[in-house]
Design a protein around this ligand. Sequence first.
Ligand code: TPP
Ligand code: MG
Length: 577
Amino acid sequence: MEWGSDVVAEMLRRLAIPYIALEPGASFRGLHDSIVNYLGNDAPSLILCNHEEVAVAIAHGYAKFTGRAMAAAVHSNVGLMHASMTIFCAWCDRAPVLVLGGTGPMDATARRPWIDWIHTSYAQGELVRNFTKWENQPASVGAMPEALLRAWQVAHLEPRGPVYVCLDVALQEQKIATPVAIPDLTRIAPPSPAAPDADLIERAVALLVRAERPLIMLGHAGEGWSDVVALAESLGAPVVTDRLSPASFPTDHPLHQGTARTQSNVAVVEEIRAADLILAIQKVDVAGAVRERGGDPVELIDVSLEPYATRSWSADYQAVPLAALSITANAGLAVAALRGALTRALGDSPSARRRIEDRARAATARSQKRRGEWTAANQARRAERPIHLARAIAELRTALGDRAAQTILAQGPLAPWPAATWEFTTPKSYLGADGGAGVGSGTGIAVGAALAARGTDRAVVAIVGDGEMLAAPTALWTAAHHGIPVLFLVANNQSYYNDEEHQDHVARVRGRPPENRWIGQRMDRPAVDFAGLSRDLGAEGFGPIEDPDDLGATFRQALRALEEGRPVLVDVRIVPR
Ligand SMILES: Cc1ncc(C[n+]2csc(CCOP(=O)(O)OP(=O)(O)O)c2C)c(N)n1
Ligand SMILES: [Mg+2]
C-alpha cells in the first residue's frame, strides 16, 4: 500500500466485497486507480453503470440474493443525489449496501478551481443520513480501516441496511508516510443474530395452543423454510405471505391461502378477518394488515426486528402493532424456537391432534377452492388482446421448463400479480419488492440479483412495468457489458397505469370527467420500442408481442440468450387490469 486509497481497496478485499458498481468520478479517482492498478480489478472488481441510481440498485439486488453487501461508488455530492432514491429503497428493504463516495479536498488550499469547490460539501453524508444506518467521513488515512470495518458491521447487523462512507479525495491521493495498520479480520466475529427470549417463546406457544383459529402471517421469515413449514403444519394453521417480502413459504402448500398485494389479496383479508390469533413473522406493516379487521381486536404475536429500525425522518416504520407479545428477534431463530416449544407443548395429546387435523383440513379445502377459482378466472382471459398478464407469466413459466422451480423472480410487476400462475416453491424463488416503492429501482435490482446468481444454475427473470423500464433502462447496458444473464418481461400497458387509476379516483370524487385520466399518463404516442431500446443498449430485444399465441416461441428464443449469458428483454403488450 503506497497511497491512501490503497488502504480502502485493501480493506474492501479483506471484507470480501466482490464488486463495486460505479459511475466514475474524479472525487474517487484515487480509489478507482487503487482498484484497477493496486488490486488488478479483482476482488473487488468494477461493475460499470450509467447512473448512480442503477449502481446502488445493483448492490441492493446483490444483497437481496446473498444477504451480503457489495459496494457502490458514487461521485461526490452529485452522484450521491442521483443515488439517494435507491439508497432509500435499500433502507426500507433492510438490505445491506456499502455506498462509497468522495468529496473535497476538505483543505481548501488543495482544491482545483471551480470543480473541486462545486463538488465539495460539508457533512456530505447528511444527504442520506436519515436513511442510512451509519455514515462517516474518515479524517485521515489511518482512520479509514476502522470506518470501513464499522460500516460493514453496521450494514450486516439486523435489521440490516445501507451505509455511506465518504472519502476525502486528498486523503485518497495522499502518499502513505507511516505504515497503516489493517485489523486482522479473520479474528473478528460478525455480530450474532438476536435470539428470542425463552420466556416469551413459552408464552407465545401457550397462546398458539389455546387459539381456535390461528393465522401465520409471513414477511421476510428467512430461508429456513423447513422450520416455518413444520410450525404451520404442527398447528394446522393457514399461512399468508406478502408480495413485499421474499418468498418464505411454498405458495403451493395446501395451508398457503394467498399473498398480500396480489390477486389473492382477497383471501389474505378473509383469513385475517377469520383469525382469533395472528402470528406475524418479520411482516412489513403488521398494523396495516390487522386494520383489515375494521377494529375487531385480535390476539397478536409479532416477531419482528422492526422496532430497532425506527428513525424520525421517514415513517417507513409503519403504524404501531398492538401486539400481546412482541418478540424482538431474528426470524429464523424465533421460528425454530417456536417450533421446538410447540412440539413439546402439544406432546401426544390425541384431542389436540384431532383439533389440529380438523383445522388443517378446513384450511386445505379453502385454499383448494380459491386456487380453482383463480385458475378458472385466469383461464377465461387466456386469449385476450392486449394480453392478460397471467397468460404471459404462464407462458414464460412453461418456456422455462425444468428450470422453472429454481428460477429467481427478482422483481414483480406493479400490475396485479396473478394468483396460481407462478408458485414459489424454493427459497429465493422470489426476492421481494424494492422496499421504497421507487419507480426506477427495479431494473438495477434485477441485474444485481442476476450478478449474484451468475454461475449458479438459477435463471433470473424480472417482470417490470413500461414506466419502470423507462426510468432506468441502462441497467441493460451494464448487464450486457458484464455478461450478466437476466430476462426482463416488460408488462407494457403503455401507461403509468397505477396513476391513471389515481386520476380516475380523484375525478370521480370531484364529479369531474374520469375519461381524462389518461392525460399526463399514457405513453402510446409515440409507442416506445422497448426491443429496439434493449438492442441499442447491447442486450437482446423481442416484441412488442401482441398475440398471446406468439408468447411461447418468443420466450423460448429469449431464454437462449439467457443460456448464453446475455441479458434479454421481451416487450409484452398487456391489458392493465
Ligand atoms: C420515483 C417514483 N416516481 C413516481 C412514482 C409514482 N408511481 C407509482 S406507480 C407508477 C407507475 C409506474 O408505471 P409502470 O411501471 O408502467 O407500471 P403500471 O402502473 O403501468 O403497471 C408511478 C409513476 C413512484 N412510485 N416513484
Ligand atoms: Mg405501465
